[in-house]
Design a protein. Structure first.
Lengths: 565, 251
């Protein structure tokens, strides 16, 4: 009785939703997120989202131009369902349940249509349509047909896992029937994403559950997925137009061969404000659904609240494990924000997972990455001599730095006369200086490796270190791109004993015998330029030391990308 | 039938008379010799299934097994993979080679996997690209019923057998590949799982839907049946995952 009442109420709500717009005006149906699903040797399905109540349709063609329609030769099933809720006894009640799921799916605009009777390894071209309550029809795509190729003639599964996705419906306060859940392997980096399998919530399980059979995943080779080891499965839960799609990645162990009985339950939670953060988590931590949202960071630790939820960290504690490193830094650098090192020392302040001989806490304080051996704390001191100084800008600044800011950083109007920054785009130097009110001239953004000339009035040292520029002021041993022609650049990481001769030789090894012409530095001690060059294949000139952070003029005959000493 | 039986009995009588009159070297014995001979009269239908032994032998069914009878069994194979439970008796096929030949040979069947519930594994046999047999020539034994097979077919084909085998299921712990020989009205995965014994003894049941190319599974999960409540169709092979052994189950 309660179930029938629920159907009645749903039907009334949908009826009202259908009738009300009719009295005002019809809006165009929007179709988005079209995805093939459930691709097998003998058929496929297509799922998509529409902006309002609609009934799905599809037209199938044997050719990309859409001249030969074969829809009538195939079996088309809109809103396909398996068996509804197996717990419901009685054929009539079961059929009513199926119709309720279809009704809710149409109301939510969660479209799925199944095409059967296909041939293996055959490409089918299609366009889908959504027919609104008033008869208006939207068709996608507008231009060239999209296609899907059925899989091979099927291999044999070696294992099987079924996922039971349970939606926390808050005791019936939320009706998830007709939500669309799909599962697929998380595509490997650079790999090919597999076709997923999908199911409506309420079909194959209880009213708030969806049932996903991973045996129906097919590999990129068109055969049944070969299941072995631990694989990551991403679940996508579509809830309807205007509601955030919920994603949940899970790791499943497929190492047990030939099991057809592994049902794994995945719980999802309601999110009535559609901010991607489940209601119970928001209520538990903040007592309401309004304090945090999709872009908030309540504790200011660099980790958004939605990411605090997914990482299970404390959204009101910037350092959940109390190891001195904020949660945001730990997550960004692949450290466990809930392990202070007591479980895995590499996650703690004294750990060094990237093996660069700098502890995590030192890297955090310096702003370098604890997960990248090429990113490490380095104090760069540039010695300015009275007169002209040339160096390359050694710091990676994620927020950017202007030549005005560099002028201020280098010294005041009693110390620095002017700074010229090489504009690589226009191949000219742009000058900034102090006038009576402050920095003046043609300021430009400075990037890593840019050539800089400083006319200093005093001998002094400027430091690019965490004390002066605490944010991200570290040296990345990043490679340098050398363009054909003149380059004014610097090398942030230089091996011990490196000289102009070894640098030129290395460039030739990397770029070829005719890649480089000469190398120059300005020697503030003598006030002269030192030059090393190739002449008839022989190194000639001054074999001066190459120092990290100093600026050099390199004349390239041809470009060389990604060079590191 | 009566005339045939009298004829058979009279034949036996003549043989006995001849044996009594002959010695080992073939000479007629004297009337004083005492020779005792035990005579067993073989019933015409030893398994009492209504089919004579001759009829059963001619049909390829087992004359000593009442679950094995003459009859037409049709096996529909679709292009690609087929999960079946062989409804015919395997007695006349003897081994994997004769099974493959009876299914159409290398032109039709490139590969067969025979499920061995004892080892919980498949035994593979088939034909290589040169059309030569490869794999294990698995020998069938009498009474080996519900032969679970995964058959790869190059084409849609129908294979007709002249026997029907409908034994009770001996479901072993673990995986079983079985099927029903005859139509049972309204039989679905959920009520079959229930009839086998419910969640206490059985975990799940899976089948391959050749029309959709999908595996369908019905499983118990925390006392709840979840999955696809697919119909149980004669000849289709279904995986049943047993928690405990159940012997002599008749669907």
């Amino acid at each position: 009785m309660k179930q029938l009442y629920s159907y009645f109420v749903n039907a009334i709500i949908i009826l009202i939703a259908l009738l009300c717009p009719a009295t005002v005006s019809w809006s165009a149906i929007i179709i988005q997120d079209v995805t093939p699903s459930d691709v097998t040797p003998s058929g496929f399905a297509v799922i998509w989202q529409t902006s309002e109540y609609a009934v799905p349709g599809i037209s199938i063609f044997s050719d990309p131009d859409g001249t030969t329609e074969i829809t009538n030769q195939l079996e088309i099933t809109p809103l396909p369902l398996y068996s509804g809720n197996p717990g419901i006894a009685g054929e009539y009640e079961q059929e009513a349940e199926l119709e309720n799921i279809r009704l809710m799916a149409k109301s939510n605009g969660l479209m799925k249509i199944r095409v059967a009777g296909c041939l293996p390894q055959t490409t089918y071209y299609y366009k889908i349509s959504s027919a609104g309550a008033g008869g208006e029809v939207a068709v996608w795509p507008a231009g060239t047909l999209t296609s899907v190729t059925t899989t091979k003639e099927n291999s044999f599964i070696a294992d099987s896992k079924q996922l039971l996705v349970t939606v926390d419906d808050q005791g019936g306060a939320i009706n998830p029937a007709g939500w669309l859940v799909s599962g697929a392997e998380v595509p490997p980096v650079g790999g090919e994403a597999l076709f997923g399998v999908s199911s409506y919530v309420g079909d194959g399980a209880a009213v708030n559950q969806a049932y996903i059979n991973l045996s129906n995943l097919f590999g990129a080779d068109g055969l049944n997925w070969t299941l072995s080891g631990t694989r990551e499965i991403i679940l996508e839960i579509r809830r309807g137009w205007g509601s955030t799609t919920v994603y949940k990645t899970i790791s499943l162990d497929f190492s047990n061969n030939f099991s057809v009985s592994s049902v794994i339950e995945i719980l999802t939670e309601p999110d009535t404000d559609n901010d991607g953060i489940p209601d119970p988590w928001e209520i538990s931590n903040f007592g309401d659904l309004t304090t945090v949202g999709l872009t908030t960071d309540f504790d200011g630790d660099g980790l958004l609240d939605i990411d605090e939820y997914s990482n299970n960290t404390d959204p009101k504690d910037s350092d959940s494990d109390g190891d001195g490193m904020p949660d945001g830094y730990e997550v960004a650098n692949s450290l466990d924000p809930l392990d202070d090192g007591s479980i895995d020392p590499n996650n703690g302040p004294d750990g060094d997972p990237d093996g660069d001989a700098h502890t995590n806490i030192d890297e955090h304080l310096a702003g370098s990455s604890s997960n990248d051996i090429n990113s490490r704390p380095v104090d760069i001191n540039i010695a300015l001599h009275k007169g002209l100084n040339i160096f390359g800008y050694p710091v990676t600044e994620s927020t950017g730095l202007t030549s005005f800011e560099l002028l201020t950083l280098a010294g005041d109007n009693t110390e620095i006369e002017k700074i010229l920054v090489y504009d690589k785009i226009n191949n000219i130097y742009k000058e900034v200086f102090y006038d009576g009110t402050g920095p003046a001239g043609d300021s430009i953004a400075i990037g890593f490796g840019d050539g800089i000339m400083v006319y200093s009035m005093v001998d002094k040292t400027i430091s690019f270190n965490p004390v002066i520029r605490p944010f991200n002021s570290y040296i990345e041993c990043a490679p340098v791109d050398l363009a054909a022609g003149l380059n004014v650049t610097t090398f942030p990481c230089v091996p011990s004993g490196y000289t102009s001769y070894t640098l030129l030789a290395d460039i030739r090894v990397a770029g070829g015998d005719t890649s480089v012409s000469s190398l120059q530095r300005y020697n503030p001690g003598t006030g002269e330029f030192d030059t090393a060059a190739y002449h008839n294949g022989q190194l000639i000139g001054v074999d001066f030391p190459i120092v990290a952070g100093e600026g050099y003029f390199i004349y390239m005959k041809q470009g060389l990308a990604g060079f590191s000493p | 039938m009566v005339v045939k039986r009298l004829f058979t009995l009279s034949g036996v009588f003549l043989i006995l008379l001849f044996a009594l009159l002959c010695t080992r070297d073939g000479n007629i014995a004297s009337a004083a010799s005492n020779i005792y001979v035990r005579v067993t009269v073989v019933p015409d239908d030893i398994d009492h299934d209504g089919y004579s032994n001759d009829e059963e032998i001619a049909a390829g069914s087992n004359p000593a097994d009442p679950d094995s009878t003459p009859g037409i069994t049709q096996l529909n194979l679709y292009t690609g993979v087929n999960f079946i439970s062989l409804r015919a008796d395997v007695l006349s096929m003897r081994n994997a080679v004769t099974l493959l030949e009876s299914l159409g040979g290398s032109q039709v069947i490139p590969r067969v996997l025979i499920f061995d519930p004892g080892s919980q594994s498949f035994i593979e046999a088939g034909y290589n690209e040169a059309g030569e047999f490869y794999g294990e020539n698995y020998a069938f034994t009498a009474g080996q019923g519900n032969l679970g097979l995964v058959i790869y077919s190059k084409e849609d084909t129908v294979v007709v057998f002249s026997s029907v085998y409908s034994p009770a299921w001996n479901l072993k712990q673990g995986i079983n590949l079985v099927g029903i020989p005859n139509t049972v009205t309204g039989l679905t995965a959920s009520n079959l799982l229930d009839r086998i014994g419910g969640e206490v003894v059985v975990n799940s049941m899976s089948g391959y839907n050749g029309e959709t190319g999908r595996f369908e599974t019905m499983a118990y999960y925390n006392g709840q049946l979840v999955g696809v409540d697919f119909r149980i169709v004669p000849g289709e092979g279904h995986f049943i995952f047993m928690k405990n052994e159940v012997l002599g189950f008749r669907p």
